[in-house]
Design a binder for this molecule. Structure first.
Ligand code: URA
Length: 183
């Protein structure tokens, strides 16, 4: 566990803990306010993120930014990260060994940010953080608490691109987050 961002970032630059290192262009470390109250955890970088080294900059990210605007949340005020920091080929889901290898970095980021709330974007984030027994359809829109952190699972923004009706749920879930910030 590293106590500073500099040490943590330095420790990751040549990461070869899993096979995703062989096909990545860039490690997508995370972005945003390092003292954020709210952290968002996605799945893994896509092609745009791999190219630019920043999470959620492609179509799903643009949609997420629009949702942030709609509810008055600023992208630069939150911290955004993924379960895995390197792109899974052809955008497949991260495999268990890849997620496991990357989890210590994410844990370290959570410890450094100290968020009050973590939004879990989609099934991969939900299962890797809260446990395999959780399903996104049943869990989204509900609060879960673990070790003093409040978790809100919701749809992955890419799911909103495939099914417009999920946008309503997504906004609803983000509003619950905004409400919790006020208390
Ligand atoms: N999907 C994710 O889960 N993360 C990204 O950074 C981009 C798309």
């Amino acid at each position: 566990m590293y106590e500073t961002w500099e040490e943590l970032e330095k420790s990751i630059v040549n990461c070869q803990k899993c096979k995703l290192c062989k096909t990545r262009q860039n490690i997508v470390f995370g972005v945003g306010n390092k003292n954020a109250t709210v952290m968002f955890i996605g799945e893994g970088p896509g092609a745009d993120e791999d190219r630019l080294g920043e999470p959620f900059v492609g179509r799903a990210g643009k949609l997420m930014n629009m949702a942030f605007e709609a509810i008055g949340l600023k992208r630069e005020d939150v911290y955004i990260v993924n379960i895995v920091k390197c792109r899974p080929p052809a955008n497949r889901n991260p495999e268990d060994d890849e997620a496991f290898a990357c989890l210590d970095y994410l844990r370290n980021q959570v410890i450094l940010v100290k968020p009050k709330i973590i939004v879990l974007l989609g099934s991969v984030a939900l299962k890797n953080i809260l446990g395999k027994e959780y399903g996104i359809t049943a869990s989204r829109g509900k609060w879960f608490e673990k070790k003093g952190i409040h978790y809100m699972p919701t749809w992955h923004p890419a799911a909103l691109l495939r099914d417009e009706t999920k946008k309503i749920d997504f906004i609803k879930d983000l509003k619950l987050v905004m409400d919790k910030l006020k208390v």
